[in-house]
Design a protein around this ligand. Structure first.
Ligand SMILES: [Zn+2]
Length: 138
């Protein structure tokens, strides 16, 4: 990035502070930048959109991971609560998140259970008063 680009950007974002850009990929984030990233996203986790409270741990995550060519700079950073950070990063936790999503989907009625309780409406069967079990027709 050249000097002109940098000035143009800070002008467009209409604020006096320049975008923070890490000099190397492992440059520690200054606290003021952490605050800016936090405020730029309305204090919400970029993944679960949960509001991050004062007691919550959160990290500055790279929108595009550094290994995928993302840059270590303010624009590429987003606040992510530690829970999401963990979930997004390890395969075991991805499985956990998938499970949580399934449970949530069922709870919200978005998706039916794979094995409905026998005899329930969802099972597709019903027992007649005579005791005979017949397919339930809608
Ligand atoms: Zn989150």
């Amino acid at each position: 990035m050249n000097r002109t680009d940098r000035h143009w950007r800070s002008y467009r974002m209409s604020r006096s502070v320049e975008e923070w850009v890490g000099t190397s990929d492992d440059t520690a984030l200054p606290p003021r930048v952490r605050i800016r990233v936090f405020e730029a996203h309305g204090g919400r986790c970029a993944i679960c959109t949960r509001e991050i409270g004062p007691a919550d741990q959160w990290v500055c995550d790279h929108r595009i991971a550094l290994i995928n060519g993302g840059e270590h700079r303010e624009q590429n950073l987003q606040p992510v609560c530690c829970w999401c950070d963990r979930v997004v990063k390890t395969p075991a936790d991805i499985a956990l998140k998938a499970k949580i999503d399934r449970v949530k989907a069922r709870y919200l009625g978005v998706r039916c259970a794979k094995s409905p309780m026998s005899g329930s409406r969802a099972s597709g069967w019903k027992r007649k008063l005579s005791g005979e079990v017949v397919p339930r027709r809608v």
